[in-house]
Write a protein that binds this ligand. Sequence first.
Ligand SMILES: Nc1ncnc2c1ncn2[C@@H]1O[C@H](COP(=O)(O)OP(=O)(O)OP(=O)(O)O)[C@@H](O)[C@H]1O
Ligand SMILES: [Mg+2]
Length: 382
Amino acid sequence: MSGDAQVFLEMGIGDVIVQPSVDEDIETVLNLSFCRVKQKQSRLHAILEREAELFWRSAHKHFPNLPKMKDGLEEPGIGAKLGRYHEVVSVLNDGKKTRVFLAVDNRTKEPRALKCVPKVCFRTCDEVRRLEKEVATMKKLSHPNVVAIFGETQSSRHLMLLLQFGGRRNLFQVIGSKEEKCLPVEEARFLWKQVVDALAHCHSHDITHRDIKLESVAITDDGTTARLISFGYAERAIAPFRYQGSMPFIAPEVMLMDKSALCATAADVWAVGVLLLEMLLRMNFLPRILGWEKAGMPDNRHAQQVKQLFSGPQQLHRLWDGINPKLRQELAEGDFLTLLTGMLTVAVPERWPVNKVQRASWVQTGSKTKHRRISASYFSSE
Ligand SMILES: Nc1ncnc2c1ncn2[C@@H]1O[C@H](COP(=O)(O)OP(=O)(O)OP(=O)(O)O)[C@@H](O)[C@H]1O
Ligand SMILES: [Mg+2]
């Protein structure tokens, strides 16, 4: 069936049909009917656009953390000027529904990240509320390893957050660019410790991140600073789980949605534990050893496999025995296995809180400063 015919049927034939007469053949009748369908469609489209505009114009009244719509504000795109001071330079990355641009503040020449969400992506008020919450959450946080928010604005087609620029690449991209698909121990410890500090800051403000993964960590271009980003799913610690997180970073009790065991702070700690494994051993380490193809949504089988793998120190030691001896030797100091067991404990009440992770001797070991330049200039490749 042609696209037009499909539309025709979906619109309700009775609504648009032109009654045939003796003088008109069926083809003429259908053409006239399609024509009326198209007219109706474009009228409907105009009504929906107008309705959406009315909604977004008053959205800030219902969602107090959303900005007012600014008339005449340019839509984001390379070269666009946003307000008097900011200019969009290039695309940094895309999220599921978002596009993040590199922008520059023309007063100071400082780089900024501009996270843009097209309004057409919002289907329910709950989704709008989530972005509002992202803004409110970020405003509560202030830490050298958490990306800061400088402002938010609304053009006629986008909601935009102006953020501190965390660097051109996220941790997934940094590790992905390495031949071995992992980081040297010192570099991993140095960057991971900063993620743990960021998480401790969030938890001390009763905020749980709920989507810790390699892509949620921005790395500055000189490789010296890791910053937590992507607070779209962050919630207060006691809030129920509406989103499970991303595989393979999801704790087994969250995979199972085991209500009696769920604890959002503990789930964040599990995720940073898996993050460390990915940084040190190899990205996608768990999916590889557990034979997961492309694990989109977790199911019972994934949860049972993870539970089995981390069911106790002996299993962890067995896993440990399987890794590269040189790496094992490098990790021998500082009681690394105790730390790993503390974070990847299946029994939620026994899992370490993040401040205990921060104090672990392996975390405290190693050089305090490290400077490894990745690229000299933020804008060198423009
Ligand atoms: N402040 C920032 N500085 C540098 N890069 C950033 C910044 N914020 C986001 N990015 C880049 O954009 C990507 C997507 O951003 P973010 O995760 O916030 O979007 P998202 O809507 O949560 O996407 P998803 O739902 O897919 O996680 C990040 O992985 C990162 O590469
Ligand atoms: Mg994200």
